[in-house]
Design a protein. Structure first.
Length: 300
């Protein structure tokens, strides 16, 4: 389903090329080595960061279960390749598999001159690309323009990672119900978990001007590899790449790339395979993130 939907979305993106402006990214092509400074942070502080930026779905925190395939639109050829290459490096550092060169994109960034018009048109012509967004999310995405708007498509997975089976009645009609062995039900664990299958982030052209390749690519990574919340206090003043646009707008020095907290967060998310509740996942992620940060301190 997600693959079929993306084919349609890719065709639409091509048809909207007039509304997607090519933005020049500042600076030369960067070294894609991911370098972050170690940080001594308590588990409580890590828990605050994880809790503040995480957005759960059906009381669980989702991630990509298979390989990712990044694709950037609205950038000149050289910058497009540099940003995609940087995203590949981030994924490799986190431990996420990246698809082959001919893979079907499922991690998409679009730099648009008019993000609101672009998203409204996309939603009108390809509503399936927003099937997992709630009504209030659609209103937010298609209302006032903000520097970066992101949304995801998801699917259900069994506790062992297999795609959930759906019930089909005797007439061959699809029913949105899942078949799950009864022994898997538990108060503490979910019988299934959500998995990300497709992610979009649309960035305003004016807001993108002057960004470096690491800033654009790393913001893309943090908004799409996980369902995250930008604009939080824990992300401000350069503490997270998620605060990039808020810091610039407020005249504060923004993060120049993924911060130690950001990288620890992604590594924590992708090193766990849990069917627990969101609260349990956040607690586990906080412990892993704190250990990751402490380990980087010892490496210095």
């Amino acid at each position: 389903m997600a693959k079929r939907l993306f084919r349609l979305g890719a065709l639409l993106a091509a048809s909207l090329i007039a509304s997607v402006a090519e933005a020049a990214v500042a600076g030369d092509a960067p070294d894609n080595e991911i370098v972050v400074t170690g940080l001594r942070e308590s588990e409580a502080a890590a828990a605050e960061f994880v809790g503040a930026i995480s957005v759960d779905h059906d009381n669980q925190i989702a991630r990509f279960e298979g390989s990712i395939c990044p694709a950037a639109f609205g950038l000149p050829g050289g910058e497009k390749s540099a940003v995609e290459s940087r995203l590949h490096a981030v994924a490799e550092e986190v431990g996420i598999e990246v698809g082959r060169p001919d893979c079907r994109p499922n991690l998409v960034v679009i730099v648009a001159a008019d993000p609101v018009d672009f998203i409204r048109t996309l939603h009108r012509k390809r509503p399936g690309l927003f099937r997992d967004a709630e009504r209030r999310d659609i209103a937010r995405l298609t209302a006032a323009s903000t520097p970066g708007q992101a949304w995801h498509l998801l699917e259900r997975r069994e506790s062992d990672g297999r795609r959930a089976e759906h019930f089909v009645d005797t007439r061959g009609e699809f029913m949105d119900a899942h078949l799950t062995p009864s022994h898997q039900f538990s108060r503490l664990k979910k019988s299934m978990r959500p998995a990300l299958t497709l992610a979009f982030v649309v960035i305003d052209l004016e807001s993108a001007k002057g960004l470096t390749v690491p800033q654009l690519a790393d913001y893309w990574a943090m908004r799409t590899l996980a369902m995250t919340r930008p604009g939080t206090a824990v992300a401000a003043e350069g503490r997270s790449i998620l605060g990039l646009f808020d810091d610039r707008r407020a005249g504060r020095a923004p993060a120049q790339s993924l911060t130690a907290r950001d990288l620890a967060y992604l590594k924590a998310l992708y090193s766990t395979r849990s069917v627990s509740t969101a609260a349990q996942q956040r607690a586990t992620m906080a412990r892993i993130a704190a250990r990751e940060l402490a380990g980087r301190m010892h490496e210095r």
